[in-house]
Unconditional design. Structure first.
Length: 321
């Protein structure tokens, strides 16, 4: 079973949603409800899309150039953004993410599933243009930031979107930091890009989990230094749209608190799973969200409100799937 900070957040807000997301959703299932849960799991809003585009541009265009101490010309960046958005929008409009034969790997960077399109909420050109403008602003802010001095240093190695996994009891703890900066003579730095205007929560917990993961997982440090103390890792949350950064450093007591959080959250999940197979679950064991605001933008609303689906989950105990 996998545990990550995003899965833990879903679990703490709505166990029912976590059930759909983590247990029910299966792409290759013959059960059409499980396939539907998989499709709904893929959907994101255009605001989530904005963040993903920024991440992809940084990972696939900027980081390879930064690693050569280069900055690509800005018109090349703008063309990259336009082409990426265009092909993803086309993919989403054709609802290709619903094609059971098409894998994410095969779709590559065209893959995109937008809630506004799936739910026919409407997505006009102005909204798309606004998102593009905000992507461009975010990237300009990055290129003009103080951080660039570090990112262009020829004595460092940048690694974007690296999966960091380690075992904790029966859970596989998974993390994927936006950027790890490896220094020749210093402990690494982890950077998380944020691309939104209004959310207030800070990224201390998220970055702390990444720092612990970096010390617990198999080292990928190109300079082959041991990384064993999360309190030495510099952590940066960069708000690209609002153009400011927050710096964090963990204390020993932060590390204990974060490990406690992982322990408690994964134990709570483990109690509900209790070694059961999918058809042995009773969906009523999974508590629903306490507040209706949590349901407003929930991807699984259609499954959650469909009593037939709920009963199917209960009654299909003896089907092998
Ligand atoms: S609609 Fe509400 S109760 Fe149902 S899964 Fe989503 S958040 Fe939970």
């Amino acid at each position: 079973m996998n545990w990550s900070i995003s899965k833990a957040k879903i679990f703490s807000k709505c166990q029912r949603k976590w059930f759909y997301y983590e247990i029910m959703a299966r792409k290759n299932s013959k059960d059409k409800d499980r396939f539907e849960a998989y499709i709904l799991k893929q959907l994101g809003s255009i605001h989530t899309w904005r963040g993903k585009i920024v991440d992809q541009v940084i990972e696939n265009l900027l980081v390879p150039e930064f690693n050569k101490s280069n900055v690509p010309p800005f018109d090349k960046i703008e063309t990259f953004v336009s082409e990426l958005m265009k092909k993803q929008l086309e993919f989403a409009k054709l609802r290709k993410y619903r094609d059971p034969k098409l894998t994410k790997k095969k779709a590559g960077d065209s893959y995109c599933a937008l809630r506004e399109i799936e739910n026919s909420e409407g997505l006009d050109n102005d909204s798309v243009e606004k998102i593009k403008e905000q992507v461009i602003i975010s990237l300009k802010n990055l290129l003009q930031s103080e951080l660039m001095k570090i990112l262009l240093d020829s004595n460092i190695v940048l690694v974007a979107q690296k999966n960091l996994n380690y075992k904790f009891q029966e859970f596989n703890i998974i993390s994927r930091p936006d950027l790890i900066v490896y220094f020749r003579d210093e402990p690494p730095m982890i950077i998380d890009w944020k691309v939104y205007f209004f959310r207030k929560e800070n990224a201390r917990m998220q970055l702390g989990i990444y720092a612990i993961a970096l010390t617990e997982s198999i080292s990928t440090d190109p300079f082959q230094k041991p990384i064993d103390d999360p309190t030495e890792i510099r952590l940066i949350e960069y708000q690209l749209l609002k153009n400011f950064q927050r710096n964090y450093k963990l204390t020993s007591s932060d590390v204990c608190n974060i490990k406690d959080y992982i322990n408690i959250s994964s134990k709570d999940m483990g109690k509900l799973i209790n070694n059961k197979k999918y058809h042995e679950f009773d969906i009523n064991q999974f508590k629903m969200a306490y507040t209706s605001e949590s349901c407003e933008y929930c991807n699984f609303k259609s499954l959650c409100r469909n009593k037939k689906v709920k009963y199917q989950v209960n009654l299909m105990k003896f089907i092998n799937d």
